[in-house]
Design a protein around this ligand. Structure first.
Ligand SMILES: Nc1ncnc2c1ncn2[C@@H]1O[C@H](COP(=O)(O)OP(=O)(O)OP(=O)(O)O)[C@@H](O)[C@H]1O
Ligand SMILES: [Mg+2]
Length: 228
């Protein structure tokens, strides 16, 4: 079973004359099928942690391991192509490409991975868009969409290639209750039926309540919420 492990992660940011330690000594392990929530106040470091887990940001200290491959080492360079297949990331601020349609944004991951199964990929894209209630938007451009619709496209793009691990940064942040529930149920289904390991950063405690394990980031530490 694949496992993603962060070990003793430290991350600081320099802002002006100040150095702020956002993550002090964080360790976490995610296996396929795990559904993990990360909560914490604004600025506590949720996005920073998710980006480090995905290899989008480098920690000052500590290691990220995919099974026994240390992604922080130079040997991990070969891993960058595999990364596209293995990880899905739904950004807090979408980052959809404006010149591409909804469909093309979702297809990007297959193009990057040089996956030429055009028919199969198209069907998969439509299936996910349909599941998220946005199949009718497939030929639209991001600027034509509402914030919540864009967020759903970002989620579709993160999961369309059925990666092993998906990191979702506040995926229900801009959604009404009904659509938030669609996303919540989809994440649960992806973990349970497709055995994807999912980490969700969220402010929504109702959502967090549906996840298997929830941690809180507080003063740079990751704390269990079991006794809260
Ligand atoms: N690139 C950066 N340069 C400098 N400081 C940064 C950078 N990215 C994040 N920070 C700082 O690190 C801290 C943690 O930011 P982060 O985005 O991880 O918080 P968050 O928990 O995701 O917050 P939110 O709930 O508002 O999304 C904040 O104080 C932020 O200002
Ligand atoms: Mg954030």
């Amino acid at each position: 079973m694949n496992k993603l492990t962060a070990s003793k992660i430290v991350k600081s940011y320099q802002s002006g004359d100040y150095q702020t330690e956002v993550l002090s000594n964080i360790s976490i392990s995610i296996s396929e099928g795990d559904l993990i929530g990360v909560i914490g106040s604004s600025g506590s470091g949720k996005t920073t942690l998710l980006q480090i887990l995905a290899g989008l940001e480098t920690p000052d200290h500590g290691n990220i391991l995919f099974n026994d491959i240390n992604l922080s080492s130079n040997n991990a360079k070969n891993f960058n192509l595999m990364r596209v297949d293995l990880f899905g990331y739904a950004y807090q601020f979408h980052y959809l490409l404006d010149d591409l349609t909804v469909f093309e944004n979702c297809n990007l991951v297959f193009k990057i991975a040089n996956n030429k199964n055009v028919n199969e990929n198209s069907q998969q894209i439509i299936r996910i868009l349909d599941e998220l209630g946005i199949a009718s938007l497939q030929d639209k451009y991001p600027y034509m969409l509402s914030g919540g619709e864009r967020q759903r496209v970002a989620i579709a793009r993160a999961v369309v290639h059925e990666p092993k691990f998906v990191l979702m940064d506040e995926p229900t942040g801009n959604l009404d209750q009904e659509n938030a529930e669609v996303i919540q149920n989809l994440t649960i289904k992806l973990a349970q039926n497709h055995n994807i390991g999912i980490v969700v950063a969220t402010h929504d405690l109702n959502y967090a309540g549906k996840l298997d394990t929830v941690f809180r980031i507080e003063n740079g530490d990751l704390k269990s919420t079991e006794n809260e």
